[in-house]
Design a protein around this ligand. Structure first.
Ligand SMILES: Cc1cc2nc3c(=O)[nH]c(=O)nc-3n(C[C@H](O)[C@H](O)[C@H](O)COP(=O)(O)OP(=O)(O)OC[C@H]3O[C@@H](n4cnc5c(N)ncnc54)[C@H](O)[C@@H]3O)c2cc1C
Length: 271
């Protein structure tokens, strides 16, 4: 039998989480399709405090923020907006939370490449207090996080960095049922023809999102023309670290080729 917990406040939710084994539930759009028949769900969608979405020097997205809330806010950073516009259909975007996408820890989660590219940090809370953790330590494997059994995610936040080159491509089957075959976020800042910052994050080509900060550092300081002349080397590097799978959505070969094409395209657009 399904047994539900319906907290009205965040502290009530934390207490319920501490008291017994419950599965946190916001929109349920991931949980519903998993079809667990004997769950104790902790419904978070009646907790008013967590619908907080703040945009200043940092972007902070509370646990109750849906994709629609993000789209409706005129200050949403452009790249985040581009990504959210590509998530499923309006009906799903009205129900589903961004935090649910992160906690699901799927390598095909659309918001994850952005959070990896922007070094996002998660705020976790339990009745014992709070802690913060970078997304790279929070997601430890495909569909596996380091969340403790008495903790909930309160929010995710990242620096609201501005880039003069922003690139996002999602390759999926069709709108409204568009689980990604491949997701790619690339950002770069250039000044007087020199690369000052460059970041690339790729989804759906490994158990977790692929980003290599050390490799990115080797590209910083290059002239744009020098960067472009290294395109093949850059593609070879990522070709060596991705391990796409064959599944019902796509073949390994297809995913690999598409990612390399996207990297090539991103580099070619940098100005
Ligand atoms: C038809 C359809 C289309 C979809 N299309 C896309 C798509 O285009 N792109 C995409 O990325 N995803 C897609 N999804 C997947 C899903 O909608 C998203 O991952 C969504 O963001 C999940 O949010 P939710 O609030 O529904 O999460 P839920 O299903 O409620 O929860 C997801 C996971 O997060 C955990 N969780 C939720 N909140 C918390 C919290 N505060 N603390 C700790 N754990 C928590 C839950 O326990 C669960 O493990 C699709 C799903 C469906 C059914």
């Amino acid at each position: 039998m399904v047994d539900n917990r319906l907290p009205k406040t965040w502290s009530e939710a934390l207490k319920m989480r501490a008291d017994e084994e419950v599965i946190p539930y916001f929109g349920g759009t991931d949980l519903m399709v998993r079809g667990n028949r004997t769950p104790n769900y902790l419904f978070l969608n009646q907790v008013a405090e967590i619908v907080d979405y703040e945009i200043s020097d940092e972007v902070r997205i509370g646990a109750g923020v849906t994709y629609s809330t993000i789209l409706e806010n005129e200050y949403t950073p452009n790249l985040l907006k581009l990504i959210v516009e590509e998530v499923a259909s309006p009906a799903l975007r009205n129900m589903a939370s961004v935090i649910g996408n992160v906690c699901n820890a799927s390598p095909v989660g659309d918001t994850l490449p952005l959070f990896y590219a922007f070094d996002a940090v998660l705020e976790l809370e339990s009745v014992e207090g709070g802690r913060e953790i970078p997304i790279t330590d929070f997601i430890v494997d495909a569909r596996k996080t380091s969340l403790k059994s008495n903790e909930l995610v309160r929010a995710i936040r990242f620096k609201n960095l501005k880039y003069n080159n922003e690139y996002y491509q999602k390759v999926g089957p069709r709108s409204a049922c568009s689980i990604s075959k491949v997701d790619f976020v690339g950002v770069a800042n250039t000044e007087n023809g020199i690369v000052k910052d460059i970041r690339m994050a790729i989804g759906a080509v490994k158990n977790v999102i692929v980003r290599d900060v050390e490799f990115e550092k080797t590209l910083i300081g290059l002239e744009i023309s020098e960067l472009k002349s290294k395109t093949k080397k850059i593609m070879d590097f990522y070709n060596g670290i991705i391990t796409p799978i064959d599944d019902k959505r796509s073949t390994e070969k297809y995913r690999r080729q598409v990612v390399l094409n996207l990297i090539e395209d991103f580099i070619s657009t940098i100005k």
